[in-house]
Design a binder for this molecule. Sequence first.
Ligand SMILES: C=C(N)C(=O)O
Length: 129
Amino acid sequence: MSDTERVTTEEAPRTDNPYSQGVRAGETLYVSGYGPVDPDTDGVVDGDVGDRTDRVLENVASVVSEAGGDGLADVVKVTVYLTDLDDYEAVNEAYGARFDGDPPTRVCVEVSRLPGDVDVEMDAIAYLG
Ligand SMILES: C=C(N)C(=O)O
């Protein structure tokens, strides 16, 4: 890829599948979809969907930080994928706590299934300018 840079970090789950953890294109960073996987164990974190939402956002933040950004503070767009939209309120509660009244734009959709059979996944776009 020309004028783009792949972002790789041990602080977010790694994959053998054909995608990068993040790709920086100028001041814009595209972060791949992450489930609630702890990069230290490669397993889904214990707890409820709020705990899993926290882990997903930690993974996103780690990729942004690796690219030189300020973690979630530089995120401008998130897509949330839930396998059960009944989790919407619990996810919002955990999610809102991480953005401290200044949330990025967002889309939230219910999907039938996610890789790893997790129940929540998010991808993100960050602006690093
Ligand atoms: C888990 C993914 N982000 C994927 O397979 O694209």
